[in-house]
Design a protein around this ligand. Structure first.
Ligand code: PBG
Length: 331
């Protein structure tokens, strides 16, 4: 890139002298349209339960979901992602509860579609909230079995589609699952349901608080490194995105977010597909803790979200979504 001009003829501070001037020349902006809020649901009635590992975030029983959905509506957040905290007694080796039409996710979808029809819904396709071992797939001969897992994932995706899910988000990292899910959806004429693939998902240490939120952390004996990506790699992410696009993904996720801005930018430069960044639980909790303790000021959340836009993401999945939307509205 060519740098033109020099001091004193050019003074870069001229474009920074007032808020209106800075707004005029800003290259990136964040609006509530760019935010996706993850929501945790639990069993029971009249429950709004704090999550120890995620300050400011709760698990809601289905009857209490309107509390948070009213906020989503008020602050014009376009889509929510539903994550279940499945009770232990419903977990098994095969994650069977994933296919129960009355599981937490299905009940949440029905409530949202009925009472908040304008809010978009996104659901993970993966078995970890439902398995007794906390893995995203099923274990056969001591391995997470790719092809047998896909058979279940297809059914899980179809069930979510039938319940009114708008965006199916496979987060399991099995090879070939996007193609299999697209085919299953098309066979049932769900042509308009989109697939947002967690194409680039690293085996990260920053998912810890989320795993506590859904209750899979204490179950998980080993890490997920045989299926999630190695964080030392970049090329792998191109292959993942390329395959998923060929298989029919409409949008892709890069996850985690803040430590992977280089990956977002490189994918942006190499593929024409909407990229959604996931600012994951560990990233959120670090920042939120510091904000609550007044070590950082609240605008640091905005700065973190804006960095995803600069890198090339069109939207961000973030536990800060409501906090950010509030700040935007008050400005
Ligand atoms: C499950 C899933 C995970 C996250 C989203 N979907 C955890 C994992 O893969 O272990 C992490 C989200 C977060 O940390 O905020 N497949």
């Amino acid at each position: 890139m060519k740098i033109i001009g020099s001091y004193p003829k050019t003074r870069l501070r001229r474009l920074r002298k007032s808020p209106w001037m800075r707004n005029l020349v800003s290259e990136n902006n964040i609006s509530s349209n760019d935010l996706i809020l993850p929501i945790f649901v639990r069993e029971g009635k009249n429950k709004v339960e704090k999550i120890r590992s995620m300050p400011g975030i709760n698990r809601y029983s289905i009857d209490k979901l309107p509390l948070i959905l009213n906020q989503v509506k008020k602050y014009k957040i376009p889509m929510v992602a539903i994550f279940p905290n499945t009770p232990n007694f419903k977990k098994d080796e095969l994650g069977s509860e994933a296919l129960n039409p009355n599981n937490l996710v299905c009940r949440s979808l029905r409530l949202i579609k009925k009472r908040f029809p304008k809010i978009g819904t996104m659901c993970d396709v993966a078995l970890d909230p439902y398995t007794s071992h906390g893995h995203d797939g099923i274990i056969i001969k001591n391995k997470i079995d790719n092809d047998e897992t896909i058979k279940i994932l297809k059914k899980q995706a179809l069930l979510q589609a039938k319940m009114g899910c708008d965006v199916i988000a496979p987060s399991d990292m099995m090879d070939g699952r996007v193609g299999a899910i697209r085919k299953a959806l098309d066979n049932e004429k769900f042509f308009d349901i989109s697939i947002l693939s967690y194409a680039v998902k690293y085996a990260s240490n920053f998912y810890g608080p989320f795993r506590e939120a859904v209750g899979s952390r204490s179950k998980l004996k080993k890490d997920k490194k045989t299926y999630q990506m190695d964080y030392r790699n970049t090329f792998d992410s191109f292959r993942e995105v390329g395959f998923d696009l060929k298989e029919g993904a409409d949008m892709i996720i890069v996850k985690p977010g803040m430590f992977y801005l280089d990956i977002i930018q490189k994918i942006k430069n190499n593929f024409s597909v909407p990229i959604i960044a996931y600012q994951v639980s560990g990233e959120y909790s670090l920042l939120k803790n510091a904000i609550q303790k007044k070590i950082l000021n609240p605008d640091s959340a905005i700065e973190s979200i804006l960095s995803f836009k600069r890198a090339g993401a069109c939207a961000i999945i973030s536990y800060f979504a409501i906090d950010i939307a509030k700040i935007i509205k008050s400005n």
